[in-house]
Design a protein around this ligand. Structure first.
Ligand code: SF4
Ligand code: SF4
Length: 110
């Protein structure tokens, strides 16, 4: 068994994959409807660092998302690939009877 994979991961400075790839349905400062998958959070700097991490309004949803080897992999590309696939697998199916924008159908990361 690979013991490296059993260790908890640290957030990789300058990654930001989870701030881009995943959809967030709860409000973020300046983004009251959260954000769709694949869209950069407005608080992610050009260096892919959260600019409000130390602020009191740092979102709970972000605070609660913990890094892991499974999610973060060993590079930005690995994390983007994993999280993009996860979004695709958990996205609500689109049919005439469903409302894609229905908040109740959007994934919560809380
Ligand atoms: S995907 Fe993982 S390593 Fe990258 S910013 Fe998010 S928690 Fe940090
Ligand atoms: S608020 Fe910060 S941690 Fe949360 S999605 Fe935006 S950039 Fe990422």
């Amino acid at each position: 068994m690979n013991t490296i994979l059993e260790k908890p991961a640290n957030c990789r400075k300058g990654c930001g994959a989870c701030c881009i790839a995943i959809s967030i349905s709860s409000p973020l400062p300046g983004m009251p409807d959260g954000k769709p998958a694949g869209i950069r959070c407005i608080h992610l700097s050009d260096e892919n660092i959260c600019t409000i991490h130390a602020h009191e309004d740092y979102p709970k949803v972000c605070r609660n998302l913990r890094p892991s080897i499974e999610m973060c992999g060993y590079s930005f590309g690995e994390a983007m690939a994993y999280l993009t696939k996860l979004e695709q697998l958990t996205a609500p199916s689109i049919s005439p009877a469903s409302d894609y924008n229905d908040k109740n159908n959007r994934k919560e990361f809380q």
